[in-house]
Design a protein around this ligand. Structure first.
Ligand SMILES: [Zn+2]
Length: 382
């Protein structure tokens, strides 16, 4: 077995940018865990171009502790990198590389925890590693949709996103919808022969703008934990339409994202957006197409969840912490597997040039995870 640092160095060296897929890194990790005597399940999708891994050790039964992270990283094309993004580089008290904070640092220590765990655990220790998290928790959504009764099902899961060693029990979801307006193309000298899709989009944009304002006034029970943005934020994020200035445009596509609050249901949010745009296009319903392109659910773990209480007790944290980004915790919690976020590193150091993690935080996280494993897998009480 490799040390945590050496394993991290190996994981970093795989360019597992979401668009390239994670097959190479997943194969490496699967072989490593297999050699360590873990049960390893490969969950392939996208015709085998993407792999989620589920590994377990200890009794072949539900319960125990799960550790989870994603194997993909965001692209490293920023020009400001001072070292190769796919070479782990020590700089002062930090380790620099793409994925060091988000989130191969935690993944390396989670892999080694299960690889080195004894076989005679009282409760199972499970590892869930996903693909495509960075493009909208797609791998975890596939795991959740395809979940099989024979897969090891932990009682609760630590998702090691970079929370700066804070225990996070709630986060917002991210719902993505696409609205397509269809018209009829024509030479702009003969506009009566065409039907302008961008003009139709104008009506839809007006309705969406009203919905943005309406939502700003709404609050959920979890709102108090998100003082900067306590309402479900709707973002009209992308628009494209038309072909040339002398052609009546045939299509216009609008992508709309919504940050659903913990405790809110994305199904309700979908209906709100659908209703607003359908009403705007009520005199021309055939020109409208409405699609949900991604639904990454919010997370709301009960305060009295065993794992949440345990991590708060180990770390001495008293307050509830929420974050505004979505994670794999949303899809897993949606199929009834409670999740808590806890991991080394700062999200503000991720997704940018010279991404880095403090070595001391990495070591501290390893020690907290060791204590959680001891409490949840090594005695029969929980
Ligand atoms: Zn992440």
């Amino acid at each position: 077995m490799l040390s945590d640092r050496e394993l991290l160095r190996r994981l970093i060296a795989f360019n597992s940018v979401s668009a390239r897929g994670d097959v190479e890194i997943a194969n490496f990790v699967a072989d490593y865990l297999d050699a360590a005597g873990c049960r390893v399940i490969r969950h392939e999708y996208a015709d085998g171009a993407r792999v989620n891994l589920i590994a377990a050790r200890g009794p072949d039964a539900p319960g125990g502790l799960g550790l989870s992270g994603h194997l993909d990283v965001v692209p490293a094309e920023e020009p400001d990198w001072n070292s190769d993004p796919f070479t782990l580089t020590e700089r002062g008290d930090r380790l620099v590389a793409r994925g060091s904070a988000d989130m191969k640092g935690f993944v390396a220590l989670a892999i080694n925890r299960i690889a080195n765990a004894p076989d005679d655990l009282a409760k199972p220790l499970t590892l869930i590693l996903t693909a495509d998290e960075e493009i909208g928790t797609v791998g975890a959504q596939r795991v959740a949709a395809d979940w099989r009764p024979e897969w090891p099902r932990p009682a609760s899961v630590i998702i090691g996103e970079p929370t700066q060693l804070r225990v996070v029990r709630m986060h917002k979801g991210h719902l993505k919808t696409r609205i397509t307006l269809r018209g009829k193309p024509a030479h702009s000298g003969y506009p009566h022969l065409g039907d302008n899709a961008i003009v139709k989009a104008g009506r839809v944009l007006h309705a969406l703008t009203e919905l943005v304002e309406e939502l700003k006034a709404e609050r959920a029970e979890s709102s108090s934990h998100f003082p900067e943005c306590p309402y479900p934020a709707l973002n009209i994020g992308l628009i494209r339409g038309g072909a040339a200035v002398n052609i009546v445009p045939e299509t216009c596509v609008i992508d709309v994202g919504m940050r659903v609050l913990p405790g809110q249901r994305s199904t309700d949010a979908i209906e709100r957006i659908r209703a607003a745009v359908t009403k705007a296009m009520s005199n021309d319903p055939g020109a409208l197409k409405f699609e949900v392109t991604n639904d990454s659910p919010p997370l709301l773990c009960p305060e009295d969840n065993d794992l949440h209480k345990l991590l708060c007790q180990i770390t001495g944290q008293r307050e509830t912490v929420g974050v505004s980004y979505a994670s794999d915790a949303g899809p897993l919690a949606a199929i009834g597997i409670p999740c808590v976020l806890y991991g080394p590193g700062n999200i503000e150091d991720a997704h940018r040039a010279n991404e880095s993690i403090e070595i001391a935080q990495l070591e501290q996280a390893g020690s907290v995870v060791d204590q959680a494993i001891a409490a949840m897998c090594m005695n029969g009480d929980r």
